[in-house]
Ligand binder design. Sequence first.
Ligand code: HEC
Ligand code: HEC
Ligand code: HEC
Ligand code: HEC
Length: 196
Amino acid sequence: MRTAGMIQAWVFTACIMASSSWAQTGDPAKLIGTKKCAMCHKKDDKGNQYGKWQSLKHSKAYEVLATAEAKAVAAKLGIDDPQSSGKCLKCHSTAYYFTETLQSEAVAVEDGVSCESCHGPGADYKKKSVMESREASIAGGMVYPAKEKSCTLCHNDSNPNWDPNRYTLPDGSKTGFDVNQAYEKVKHERPAEPAS
Ligand code: HEC
Ligand code: HEC
Ligand code: HEC
Ligand code: HEC
């Protein structure tokens, strides 16, 4: 009995672990594309997350693969054209969704790293009534907080450009990725509510 109980507990824990990693990546069939998110997230008084994203490098992550720098990195790995290689697009395009093959036509490959790479595929949380509740949105697949759950899916040492000294921590030591400093460069928060 005791052994059976222990196996059950183990299976239970393993299932929780499996489902939480699924929640971080989500189902690519549920990707809806940046334009759909933009419908509700481009108003200045709410922080214009779409406009902010367009002004930041994540939206240029496909374009950067056409540069001489990208071609030099790719050549070392035997890749001719980084813009058509899944080995690069797995992290440089939401349409490939962390894999080496195209996962969705709902997101333009050219959009680079878009909303749903960080926030999760939107089909089940995009409705206004769902979005208004954080709890319902998470139940519908929204990844929250994305700051803890998303960044290191790409900002890790399997990136061929990984520079272990890219960031300097307050104590002077170096690290390849510091989520707090990185977040400051890409954040797109709503403006604080005016005091009434
Ligand atoms: C029909 C309109 C609508 C669409 C489409 C929509 N959202 Fe939202 N979203 C909202 C509303 C309303 C809120 C509530 C807060 C606010 O007013 O900004 C919200 C909040 C959020 C939040 C903050 C959640 C929180 O709990 O703080 C995130 C993240 C978000 N949306 C991401 C997205 C992404 C990514 C997409 C596309 C996949 C998307 N939204 C599509 C209306 C929408
Ligand atoms: C594991 C994810 C991952 C893979 C795979 C990947 N990249 Fe990147 N790439 C990144 C990240 C993250 C950055 C942003 C730099 C940083 O913060 O480390 C980046 C930045 C770049 C840059 C901008 C220069 C820089 O250092 O900021 C170029 C060019 C680039 N990658 C080319 C490529 C090419 C070419 C491939 C395929 C051979 C590739 N990447 C594969 C994650 C990846
Ligand atoms: C590089 C990852 C990344 C991308 C790309 C991204 N976001 Fe976010 N977003 C975050 C993080 C991190 C937060 C802070 C909350 C959290 O940790 O989940 C956030 C917060 C938000 C919020 C809540 C703002 C607030 O005041 O709390 C909204 C709304 C939102 N994002 C919408 C979008 C939309 C729409 C897009 C695409 C146009 C987008 N995001 C692209 C990572 C991202
Ligand atoms: C799907 C992969 C992916 C995810 C997830 C991701 N990034 Fe990135 N990030 C990239 C790539 C690729 C680049 C390089 C884009 C370029 O150089 O055009 C980049 C560039 C950046 C940069 C450099 C931009 C600049 O202007 O200096 C910062 C900062 C950054 N990411 C922070 C974050 C943070 C914070 C998160 C999590 C909230 C995150 N990223 C999640 C792939 C990703």
